[in-house]
Write a protein that binds this ligand. Structure first.
Ligand code: NAD
Length: 479
């Protein structure tokens, strides 16, 4: 059985205690590789390597750093098919999604920050004849980067690339549920000539290897994407050490559909925004609010199209593959039961999808639509993070906004309308970090990305990430 290895000080190494745990393929339910069960000793070794590498990396010319990161981007592009196959197998997602979204985006992340850093400048503030201030934005030291399983290499590289571009060294941990492409990235970094110790990748469990990164005194900044409960623990643990924190957490995103929208465009996108990646994207619109005059028409057409979605072997031309793990599948199914208990009606789906053959033990779920629930019930308040959406009618703009803003989350929202004034007004009033008008997941990497309320603290993307990964220093020079 293949053993994945940690990437520490430029080398692929076994975990110090030599212990591993199983890596399961979601589509078959079978173990196919072994993951290092790293602990504090491995994190200490990674941190020591990152500490030793920092003075060299942070003082290297920006052009040289950029060139190394561009080589990583180029190799991701050259190995796109191998990476896409690995991502699909590790996560259960359709191969075509890994080929068209996950891996190209991981490449784009490195490319974007390798070139973005060349244009990153700081401010100066003149005090007339008296003095001039300038702002130094300096790399901080070691960045701890921890990422989730839903978009594995995509989100892992979204943190690592800006941290490195800004001149920091990194100790990173991918999700233990989907570690494989991070392991391939370590091989790519070796081939790209990344200097030793600049990037270190430690595999292992969140409460063990992950917690060791959060608690480490030599790691002054943490960039984390994952669940809100984990984010709360990280915030509590990092606060007394005054670490810089960027937290991208859960969501319960509203998709608000007005009667005056372009119905076909909205319908096509709504099927996608509900069930892409088996509904396991933090940005998926899981609460669909529909203006009453088109509610029945929307419901009939939506149910019809969702029933036609194909679930199955991720390598085939399917719409949905497997969800990521057995515990996650059971969690999602428990929410369908909860929805029934809360008085909801399952219009389609609600159970495991039978795929058969070598996939009979795989974690496949039917895409599920539920109606008849109040916006305040648990099903509509808690993050399910699977192929389950609810639909609810509304009568006025105010009611739509009230329902949309009624959860503790505030990551993203979608609005469908052809009324310009309404679109801008609703966008202004929504309590979310991102608002998509007549589109979904249309991303420009320069824009600020992140949520409000329990969806997180801070922003990634564009220069926001470079601001996070640097410390501003005011230098005041008297004439
Ligand atoms: P998770 O919080 O269980 O795990 C995320 C990462 O944190 C993993 O690498 C895990 O090993 C690590 N971890 C767990 N406990 C830890 C601890 N005590 N200390 C340090 N690290 C720890 O989340 P998940 O189940 O992997 O991912 C799903 C969640 O991620 C969902 O809530 C989803 O909404 C969220 N998410 C948010 C965004 C965003 O941009 N806001 C993007 C993708 C996913």
């Amino acid at each position: 059985m293949e053993k994945l290895l940690n990437y520490i000080n430029g080398e692929l190494v076994e975990p110090k205690k030599g212990e591993y745990f199983d890596n399961i393929e979601p589509a078959t339910g079978k173990v196919y590789s072994l993951i290092p069960d790293s602990d504090i000793d491995d994190v200490n070794a990674a941190t020591a390597a990152a500490k030793a590498a920092f003075p060299i990396w942070s003082r290297m010319s920006i052009q040289e750093r950029s060139d190394i990161l561009l080589r990583v981007a180029k190799l991701i592009g050259e190995r796109q098919e191998e990476l896409a196959q690995a991502e699909s197998r590790d996560n259960g997602k359709p191969l075509k999604l890994a080929r068209t979204a996950d891996i190209p985006r991981a490449q784009a992340n490195f490319h974007f920050y390798a070139t973005g850093i060349l244009h990153y400048a700081s401010e100066s503030h003149s005090m007339g004849d008296l003095a001039i201030n300038y702002t130094l934005r300096q790399p901080i030291g070691i960045a701890g980067c921890i990422s989730p399983w839903n978009l594995p290499l995509y989100l892992f590289s979204w943190k690592i690339a800006p941290a490195l571009a800004a001149g920091n060294t990194v100790v990173a941990k991918p999700s233990e549920v989907t570690p494989y492409t991070a392991y391939l990235l370590s091989k790519i970094c070796i081939d790209a000539g990344m200097p030793k110790g600049v990037l270190n990748i430690v595999h292992g469990l969140g409460p063990k290897a992950g917690a060791a990164i959060i608690e480490h005194n030599d790691i002054p900044m943490i960039s984390f994407t994952g669940g809100t409960a984990t984010g709360e623990w990280i915030a509590r643990t990092a606060a007394p050490k005054f670490k810089k924190l960027s937290l991208e957490l859960g969501g319960k995103n509203p998709n608000i559909i007005f009667a005056d929208c372009d119905f076909e465009d909205m319908m096509k996108t709504t099927v996608h925004s509900s069930f892409a990646n088996q509904g396991q994207i933090c940005l998926c619109g899981s609460r669909i609010l529909v203006e009453r005059p088109i509610y029945e028409k929307f419901k009939d057409e939506f149910v019809k199209r969702v029933k036609a979605l194909k679930v199955g072997n991720p390598k085939d031309n399917v719409n949905l593959g497997a969800v990521v793990s057995k515990p996650h599948m059971e969690k999602v199914l428990s929410y369908v039961e909860l929805a029934r208990d809360e008085g909801g009606t399952v219009l389609t789906g609600g159970k495991r999808a039978e795929v058969g053959g070598e996939f009979s033990e795989g974690y496949f779920l039917e895409p599920t639509i539920i109606e008849g629930l109040s916006h305040t019930c648990r099903t509509n308040q808690e993050e399910i993070f699977g192929p389950v959406v609810t639909i609810m009618p509304f009568d006025t703009d105010e009611e739509a906004l009230m329902m949309a803003n009624s959860t503790k989350y505030g990551l993203a929202s979608t609005v469908w309308t052809s009324n310009l004034k309404r679109a801008h007004t609703i966008a202004r009033e929504l309590h979310t970090g991102i608002v998509w008008i007549n589109c979904w997941l249309l991303r420009d990497l320069r824009t600020p990305f992140g949520g409000v309320k329990s969806s997180g603290v801070g922003r990634e993307g564009g220069f926001e990430a470079l601001q996070f990964f640097t410390e501003p220093k005011n230098v005041c020079v008297k004439y």
